[in-house]
Write a protein that binds this ligand. Structure first.
Ligand code: AKB
Length: 319
């Protein structure tokens, strides 16, 4: 029987993943953990919750022992833009957190999912149809910690036999908890502003393409990879996965199909723009498709329709 621990469970992905996995494996078999209790109260009440900071190695070990954990989904991390504001904190949480999780996994025989990111690539990586295995020289602290995390996960699998798996997530778009401090966040904010004010000033410039994915597909990718037959996995960690690639203009044009008066302007933030410029335009995710059947359901059109429908209810904003 699965006993799953989710770190960073009150973040954008963690909040929805906790509910999704509790639906599959039962409320009591999915332990949510976070370094603060600030978040979705229903999630805190629906199943086990632990206050846990991943830099506390002893705490991670104790929580895993207490609940008999056999799988950790390690989501706790500082995202790209916030990491540039405080690189020391990002190093501590992203590097030491991942190291602590892997050490506990090795000691207690636990499988680990760790997300990497499109941030693991840099300006010297081929930007279009970025291959699975290619140059990785990121120029951000977040990217540095993500490449190191990929390598550490490979190391713990090869050296100690820890069942490590992971994907390189693009920007994740969702209508639940807002993303916190990433570069791709504009692609979430734009929907809120389109519904509330019919206009949005983008901090990412026109013509800047990045990979994106709707939350439903992101949740499924984690679940499917952790359920995949290990004999079929040539890669283990850091699978390229994507569902779409667009720039702000393409996204605005799609929103205008539903809200014709929507206006997009620009107020480019040089820090986040420089980060976006160093990331790929579009990923080649054929390895994930071949090795474990990755096949996203949502494209830009179907995601936009669903986002606007769900958010208009949440915000009580008609269109
Ligand atoms: C970010 O923008 O930092 C994240 C990511 C792509 O990893 N959404």
């Amino acid at each position: 029987m699965k006993k799953i621990l989710i770190t960073g469970a009150l973040g954008q992905i963690g909040t929805e993943l906790t509910t999704y996995l509790r639906g599959h494996y039962g409320n009591n078999n999915v332990v949510a953990s976070n370094r603060s209790k600030h978040g979705d109260e229903k999630l805190l009440e629906a199943g086990p919750f632990e206050l846990l900071d991943v830099v506390d190695a002893k705490g991670v070990a104790e929580v895993c022992k207490k609940h008999g954990i056999n799988q950790i989904i390690h989501l706790a991390a500082i995202l790209s833009a916030n990491a540039e504001k405080n690189p020391q904190l990002a190093y501590d949480i992203n590097m030491n957190g991942t190291y602590n999780v892997l050490e506990v996994a090795k000691e207690q025989g636990i499988a680990v999912f760790t997300p990497s990111s499109i941030a693991a690539f840099g300006a010297s990586t081929p930007a279009d149809n970025t291959p699975q295995d290619t140059i990785q020289r990121p120029s951000t602290m977040y990217g540095v910690t993500k490449v190191a995390g990929e390598l550490l996960c490979d190391y713990y699998f090869k050296r100690y036999g820890v069942d490590t798996r992971g994907v390189r997530f693009p920007g994740i778009i969702s209508n639940g908890v807002l993303p916190g401090g990433g570069t791709t966040d504009y692609a979430v904010h734009i929907y809120y502003e389109a519904l509330k004010n019919k206009k949005y000033a983008s901090y990412i410039g026109a013509g800047t393409y990045m990979d994106m994915m709707y939350m439903d597909d992101a949740l499924k990718s984690i679940h499917d990879l952790m359920e995949a037959n290990p004999d079929k996995l040539v890669h283990r960690n850091a699978f390229n996965v994507t569902a779409m690639s667009f720039d702000p203009e393409m996204l605005a044009a799609e929103i205008r199909k539903h809200i014709p008066e929507f206006e997009l302007t620009y107020d480019v933030d040089p820090v986040r723009q420089a980060i976006a410029n160093s990331w790929p335009n579009s990923l080649d995710d054929s390895a994930a498709r071949e090795e474990w059947g990755w096949n996203p359901k949502y494209d830009l059109a179907s995601m936009t329709k669903d986002m606007l429908e769900k958010l208009s209810v949440k915000l009580n904003a008609k269109y």
